[in-house]
Design a protein around this ligand. Structure first.
Ligand code: FAD
Length: 568
């Protein structure tokens, strides 16, 4: 075992393998690539490794990644990783396995929340080892414990804007730490920046730049994102930067169309809020929504698409067959496009309970949105809910993912579902995982009927058993609602875009049956009632509401745009 003494305090990459030759080979490959930034520490047995971990912990050192061999006598790699999590819970976890042990590795994804498994041998490491570890180290740096300069977001725990700022940064995979303005550290930072804390949140970047109450557009420019289109006319304008819009931008730009994507907030859409998407093809260990969609944004930009964030499309003026359509943006500028793809997705429905409406009809009604009540997953980093009693309302996969993610640090997670069982709305893999998680409780046939306040934030809920009608008050630090979603398509009415009774956009064959299509040719699949305007993803009537379906439709819509442009 290499002794950690006398080495600079860099974060460690920790490897354990009982075969000395393999152990040395792993350490050699790791040092070659990561030696300058990380300390490679190796051990040749689980027990030895645990002793070293204790030593590292005592010295205040950090571990970024564990790489453990699966087949070790006395203590298997999975057992080791389980123990190692007690010392360094934020470190990423990789299991080394032989091909025959792949099933054990897949099981370990559930047991120790494995981040990756690597098949031995991993030659060449440039292809099989480093890309995996690069990704994990990047993730670790985003949340991990490290002695490096980092961006701080100083705000109140119960402030909706502080929460929005953190979400904006996290969804773009921008690494930061959240600091409570009331804490000693928060006070010190504000004082050092010459601020009295009356205006929050404050973002202090790694370079010391200070943004007070930053607007989304300022955050976007901090991140180097574009907020204004460069041209007046495009071949293709994609509205919405979720998976469908991002796929359309990648395919549009890569196939030579001058493409612009307009996104109201930040790219990622609903998928960007998912802590871990596990059923998207090609990611056997799952992928965080932020990681998937940030990569997709970069990919679209690499092909030459302009990706514009913090601009909402508010008006579509139809140009007639073959002529350009024009789109008005929230800064009142207008762009033209020969074809348009609408990929505006859906938004969570609000719980119609006092305290849970962002803009209540009665202004005297309390509003805890962003102050204990959240729509969708509420944490950009699960340490935000450490020690809390969290309630998750809803029983679909998105609710299940959030429950699993928050259960890692929350004191308790209670899922409230109106139906009689989880199975009705959730994939079995998640149901099984939830059942195995001791601090998640599932309450069926239960609904929220009231909120309880402490000051200006949520402190409890009133829940009702739908079978007995009995109500009960429970303590709750954070409630995250996942109760179905609706499209925001009212702005398309003026353009004559036909929609179904729920506001979802009709397209292709549905138009002929329900709306009446006037052109000689039939509408293309995914073409809306306005020729040259296409729809993709969750906003389409009868769509599948899945990442893969949205991506598929976004790419297919581009093929149909080509067909339309060729005819026009
Ligand atoms: C927490 C969570 C977890 C999920 N997990 C999974 C999973 O594990 N597997 C799976 O397959 N699916 C999952 N889903 C569903 C999946 O994320 C969606 O089906 C997918 O994101 C739909 O993509 P989309 O591009 O059609 O729409 P969205 O993702 O909804 O994106 C639409 C985008 O359009 C923008 N927009 C809206 N109106 C305008 C406008 N007027 N101007 C500009 N921009 C606008 C919005 O801001 C948004 O960014 C999950 C959803 C959630 C919420």
């Amino acid at each position: 075992m290499t002794a950690p003494e006398n080495q600079p305090r860099r974060p460690a990459i920790f490897t354990v393998d009982d075969d000395p030759a393999v152990s040395r080979a792993v350490a050699r490959d790791l040092r070659r690539h990561y030696g300058e930034r990380y300390r490679v520490v190796r051990a040749e047995s689980g027990a030895d490794a645990i002793d070293t971990l204790k030593e590292l912990k005592l010295r205040g050192d950090t571990v970024a990644v564990f790489v453990a061999d699966y087949r070790m006598p006395q203590m298997s790699g999975i057992e080791f990783l389980e123990k190692a999590m007690d010392f360094f819970p934020l470190a990423r976890r990789v299991l080394l396995t032989a091909y025959a042990d792949t099933h054990a590795a897949i099981d370990a994804i559930n047991v120790v929340d494995l981040d990756h498994y690597l098949l031995k041998p991993w030659d060449p490491p440039e292809e099989k080892l480093y890309p995996v570890l690069d990704g994990l180290l990047e993730e670790w740096r985003a949340v991990g414990d490290r002695a490096m300069p980092y961006t701080k977001v100083i705000g109140h725990r119960y402030s909706d804007r502080s929460w929005e700022v953190r979400q904006f940064l996290a969804r773009n995979e921008y690494s930061f730490r959240s600091v409570d303005a009331e804490s000693q550290k928060g006070q010190q930072l504000l004082e050092a920046a010459g601020l009295d804390g009356s205006k929050l949140p404050v973002v202090i970047t790694e370079k010391g730049e200070t943004l007070v109450e930053p607007r989304d557009a300022e955050l976007a420019s901090l991140l180097g994102l574009s907020t204004a289109p460069q041209l007046e006319m495009y071949d293709l304008a994609v509205i919405g930067g979720g998976p469908a819009g991002l796929a359309a931008a990648v395919y549009g730009a890569s196939e030579g169309l001058k493409t612009v994507l307009i996104e109201r907030a930040t790219t990622g859409g609903q998928a960007g809020r998912s802590s871990k998407i596990e059923n998207y093809l090609g990611f056997e260990n799952g992928v965080s929504g932020a990681s998937l969609t940030t990569t997709a944004r970069r990919q679209a930009e690499r092909f030459g698409a302009e990706v514009i964030t913090t601009q909402e499309a508010g008006r579509l003026k139809v140009g007639g067959v073959g002529a350009a359509h024009s789109i008005q943006l929230s800064d009142h500028s207008t762009i033209g496009a020969r074809a348009v793809i609408l990929a505006t997705g859906v938004e969570y429905r609000e719980l119609q309970v006092s305290g849970c409406r962002a803009t209540p009809d009665d202004p005297s009604e309390a509003n805890f949105v962003g102050r204990g009540v959240f729509y969708g997953a509420s944490v950009s980093d699960n340490s935000e809910c450490a020690g809390e009693d969290v309630y998750i309302v809803g029983g679909a996969n998105s609710a299940g993912q959030a429950a699993m993610y928050m259960s890692q640090t929350a004191k308790s997670v209670t899922m409230l579902i109106r139906g009689p069982s989880l199975e009705a709305g959730m994939s079995q893999y998640l149901v099984d995982r939830i059942r195995r998680t001791p601090n998640i409780v599932v309450r069926t046939c239960t609904e929220v009927v009231g909120t309880v306040a402490e000051g200006d934030h949520l402190s409890g809920l009133v829940v009702r058993d739908k079978q007995t009608g009995e109500t009960e008050q429970v303590g709750c630090d954070r409630m995250c609602c996942f109760i179905g979603a609706t499209p925001r398509t009212d702005w398309l009415e003026e353009a004559g875009i036909a929609r179904d009774d729920h506001g979802f956009i009709l397209s292709g064959p549905d138009l002929r049956e329900k709306v009446g299509w006037t052109l000689d040719r039939p509408p293309h699949h995914l073409e809306t009632s306005v020729p040259g305007v296409f729809v993709a993803g969750d906003v389409r009537s009868e769509s599948a509401k899945r990442v893969a379906a949205a991506v598929g439709e976004g790419s297919m819509a581009v093929m149909l745009v080509h067909r339309y442009l060729a005819e026009a």
